[in-house]
Design a binder for this molecule. Sequence first.
Ligand code: PLP
Length: 426
Amino acid sequence: MLFERAKAVFPGGVNSPARALKHLPTPLVAKAASGPYLYTDRGRLVDFCLAFGAIILGHAHPKVRRAVEEQLARGWIYALLTEEEVLFAEKIRAHVPSVEKMRFVNSGTEATMNAVRLARGFTGRDYIIKFDGNFHGSHDYVLVKAGSGAATWGIPTSAGIPSDVVKMTVVVPYNDVDAFVKAVREVGDRLAAVIVEPIAGNYGLILPEVEFLKALREETERVGALLIFDEVITGFRVGLGGAQGLYGVVPDLTTLGKVIGGGFPIGVFGGKSFIMDLVAPQGPVYNAGTFNAHPVSIAAGLAVLEELEGGQVYSVANDAARRMAEGIRDLAERVGFDVVVKHIASMFQFYFKKGDVKTPQDVRESNEKLYLKLHELAIGHGVYLAPSQFEVNFTSAAHTAEVVEEALGALEKVFRELRREVGGNS
Ligand code: PLP
């Protein structure tokens, strides 16, 4: 069996933990993907995971494919400056004006790692604040979890992280202005940066209070620290201007990834010119990479951006997410489950609970077992939802009204089956 062979060569049988899908007997095995569909060892599935948000046009979009093929015909790596990467950067800057200058790297993880390093280099300070439930990739500065107090000083979420590194990362509850202001006061003039997901998409979907985002801007300015918006998920997904465009709160540094690589590896960190000019070779903050600004990722990204500028993508994808959110709310109610559904642009998530979801604590209080059972049943009916209530569902321009109809028809059976198996949570 493939999984047995995989376990023999990969820890846990996979190359990234979220692919293990531990609630299933074996992980899904992908064979192909096209439009809204994944083709797997369990058959064709309507994909609402979309490579954890990396895909917004739909899988194997012909324009992205053509752009990549054209690039391949000219060779695929030079490790030299190219015209295309300049054009791509100019387009990004035009849509996200706070990103005056940028550096292309290979992943969201690299982007946030370098943004934090740059903030520390710029301010000459060491401490950062991050938020409970926000995820910024898998490097030491940010793999820090919340404890039980309002602000927690450095508890690593992974073995192998030196305590001296994480003691400089303070974790504060998301959407809690008072706790944040208090933490800023405690850290004082040691604070280099605050890093935040302006819409939280790694603990389910948690929408920000605008007052919270404004407080981040005001407090960082007051103490001379930088504000980093991690828009690896939201950048070019919630609109061409990202979450900062949506809420009108402008950070000093921004990180991008996922959507902007069109399904190929990419990360971007950027911001005001006078800060970015500290990056090597112009300045003393080091970053380098053999694969930085990889021509294939740049070609794919440019093709995606051109489609996004066309305007139809967002209306189809956003419509699909709205219909899915409404449809799931309606189905759950009819079948007798209490669910909370959250949605914005082309993202949605639902939780088996009463009340509302405004904080990571609210997500922790929902019934994860029910979500995972439903996820498993949905695969049996041809739908691949986000594989945990702590992830987010995404839609794309390929999720037309017919595809949404197909998915909701399948989910109706799934909710009924779930009801028969567990009897509901009301
Ligand atoms: N930042 C955010 C908000 C993310 O959601 C992720 C990945 O899920 C990352 C950073 C890390 O990006 P990557 O997986 O490309 O390293």
